[in-house]
Design a protein around this ligand. Structure first.
Ligand code: SF4
Length: 393
């Protein structure tokens, strides 16, 4: 058991080490003793060593395309008449999905790409930082490789091509593992005319050192805040330190620039959603209580009616989709199969996640936000809870 003052000293040491490790102007060196995320594996990814994320020192993407289902100010307005975003408001968010992840959420909505990892076991010494239980989680649900490697020039071309297609922004999804290359690619693209905003779309499980190294590159942070309860974070994402890490990361993001904190309401976990809102409001009341509530579905709101002056917003999301394959692969039980009534088959440990949320569950969370005084929030219509939110990877 740590004494509080010992924890403080460890935090100072942690920050100093991290800052030093990312001060090299040659960003490729950041892969050599990798501390790009809170796992702090310290593996040399340029030499084929594998950390928790399983990614090499080459950046790897699964999809780059215009995406219409982000918050309205990011995607533009979806026009159901022609199945496309309104040209006047831009033609979607220029979304680049990177492969791999540093969490192991059992309900992962992007499991088709998040489990991408090199084959082979983790390198000796690739033990994670914090209190993460990676022995239990590290190899769960591993799949064959997906996506493709891209070098910095190609990545810069992808950004520029998305801009040419009319993207309102470049939306980097789960990019932390590849940020040395991504930052270099942004430099190249900006030198060649990239001018649209850069969005950093994140689980919230980020290192402060990397965020500080990214300052000035990111125009809008888009982090999740999945839980504030350590027990639930351990149970559902194998990361008991997620609340501590994500809270610190969000504070740094808000310090730097505009931030939209996303919270995905999970079926059967309304109480946790209320606790997340309580934390955000108690911490950022001044930023969250002064705006107009976006009480329409994402498709219906015209972002240009509310050019956004707000530094912090919450996006309360109803779009949870049960992904049977993810629950199957990630339940931690190799013999798991979907239950048939009374057959005695091994069950998913969290059967509540095997359905969408109900209208009543979502309404209870939204009512709680309103009761707190949160007005600066995006609220989704229930009609958005459908499979189409998960892109075809
Ligand atoms: S999980 Fe990956 S990105 Fe994070 S520290 Fe380990 S090797 Fe680096």
């Amino acid at each position: 058991m740590h004494q509080p003052w010992m924890r403080a000293l460890e935090c100072i040491e942690y920050l100093q080490e991290g800052i030093n490790s990312m001060q090299s102007a040659d960003r490729s060196q950041w892969y050599e003793e990798c501390v790009l995320c809170p796992h702090r594996c310290r593996v040399n990814r340029t030499q084929g060593e594998i950390g928790f994320c399983g990614q090499s020192s080459e950046s790897r993407i699964a999809r780059a395309a215009l995406h219409f289902w982000e918050e309205p100010e990011l995607s533009g307005v979806y026009d159901s008449a022609d199945g496309d975003a309104d040209d006047d408001n831009g033609r979607g968010s220029g979304t680049v999905f990177f492969t791999g992840c540093n969490l192991r959420c059992i309900y992962c909505q992007n499991h088709a790409i998040s489990r991408d990892r090199l084959s082979g076991s983790r390198s000796e010494g690739a033990s994670p930082g914090g209190d993460l239980d990676t022995d239990a989680a590290g190899d769960i649900g591993r799949i064959d490789r997906v996506g493709r490697n891209v070098d910095e020039e190609e990545l810069a071309d992808i950004f520029l091509d998305l801009q040419r297609q009319g993207a309102r922004n470049i939306n980097l999804v789960t990019a932390f593992m590849h940020m040395p290359h991504v930052l270099n690619a942004l430099d190249i693209a900006k030198a060649n005319g990239l001018s649209i905003p850069i969005v950093y779309n994140s689980s919230g499980y980020e290192s402060l050192e990397l965020l500080k190294a990214m300052e000035g590159y990111i125009d809008i942070y888009l982090p999740d805040l999945k839980y504030v309860s350590e027990d639930l974070a351990a149970e559902l994402s194998h990361a008991p330190d997620y609340p501590r890490v994500a809270k610190a990361a969000i504070a740094e993001m808000v310090r730097q620039t505009k931030t939209i904190v996303r919270h995905l309401v999970l079926p059967g976990h309304v109480r946790e959603s209320k606790r997340v809102l309580d934390y955000l409001y108690e911490t950022y009341a001044e930023l969250l209580g002064s705006g107009s509530c976006y009480a329409e579905s994402l498709q219906e709101k015209n972002p240009h009616e509310n050019s956004d002056p707000h530094r912090l917003q919450i996006s309360i999301m109803s779009q949870y989709t049960p992904v049977a394959a993810a629950l199957h692969a990630l339940s931690g039980r190799k013999d798991f199969r979907p239950p048939e009534k009374g057959d005695g088959a091994p069950r998913n440990a969290h059967p509540e996640l095997d359905r969408r949320i109900t209208k009543r569950e979502y309404d209870r969370v939204v009512d709680h936000a309103i009761a707190l005084g949160i007005t600066n929030a995006y609220i989704q219509g229930r009609s958005v809870a459908k499979e189409s939110f998960i892109p075809p990877f």
